[in-house]
Design a binder for this molecule. Structure first.
Ligand code: ATP
Ligand code: PRP
Length: 223
């Protein structure tokens, strides 16, 4: 599909929750207000106070897909999500700015008392449960550790508690979720924050309209 036509408002793809919440100040810096909250509204297309900008609300992991195909001109996605997309999928995307929002770490975590270092040292084949298959595979390949990766879609913390896996690769921010489940982080895989992503064709054909938003987001994200 081609990028949204010239006459349509610009479309920004966001996920609800923390990305939506943390994007509101960036939009405010661009002079844009959003009166509806996706937590309470069932609408998936939200107008804004700027007639030339609408938001679409999609799953966090679907944001790059909407932008790649030009169904959204731009979007905001975590590096964790971007890392799981192939180079080919990201080919049509321009990633100009790290917005420094939704900051966390991608970590390896194990049950309290599990001797991870010893398991790695002994060359045991570890079972790793994660939603972040690509990042986990690359991390353990870099370390030269043999792993079997089990793909999960959520609640990774449960896996080591019920014997599904020796370790998980998951996002950690405050550490409260790990603590509540008697897990500990043993290794950092990556620092994570969210990036602005832009459809390359949109940038060519609608660049003049996009630029003020890109500039305002860039200014707001560094202050
Ligand atoms: P999906 O709905 O596609 O499965 P999700 O449930 O991971 O995605 P969110 O929980 O809204 O979606 O997270 C959106 C983004 O926020 C993630 O991709 C990540 O970059 C970041 N993030 C996730 N958890 C945290 C956290 N605890 N603290 C800070 N940022 C986080
Ligand atoms: C994310 C992540 C961890 C949690 C870590 O889940 O998957 O479970 O945050 O944050 P903490 O270190 O501050 O406890 P999220 O809250 O997004 O819920 P989700 O399972 O719906 O993604």
């Amino acid at each position: 599909m081609s990028p949204a036509s010239q006459s349509k408002p610009l479309t920004l793809a966001l996920s609800k929750g923390r990305i939506f919440d943390e994007t509101m100040p960036l939009l405010a810096a661009a002079g844009v207000q959003v009166s509806e909250n996706p937590e309470t509204s069932r609408k998936l297309i939200l107008p804004t106070s700027n007639p030339d900008l609408q938001l679409i609300i999609v799953r966090a992991s679907d944001v790059p897909t909407y932008v790649q195909y030009g169904a959204a001109d731009f979007g905001i996605a975590g590096k964790d999500v971007l890392n799981e997309h192939t180079a080919q999928e990201l080919g049509g995307l321009y990633q100009p700015i790290d917005l420094n929002i939704a900051q966390c770490r991608l970590c390896v975590a194990v049950r309290e008392g599990f001797d991870y270092e010893a398991a790695v040292h002994q060359g045991s084949r570890l079972r790793i449960a994660t939603k972040y298959v690509q990042a986990a595979r690359e991390h353990f390949a870099r370390k030269g550790v043999y792993v079997d990766i089990i793909k999960l879609y959520g609640s990774m913390e449960l896996a080591p508690l019920v014997g599904l896996a020796d370790a998980i690769v998951d996002l950690v921010s405050t550490g409260n979720t790990l603590k509540a489940n008697h897990l500990v982080a043993v290794e950092d895989v990556a620092y994570i924050s969210s990036r602005l992503i832009i459809n390359q064709a949109s940038l060519k054909t609608r660049g003049q309209r996009l630029q003020p938003f890109i500039d305002a987001f860039a200014r707001a994200s560094t202050t």
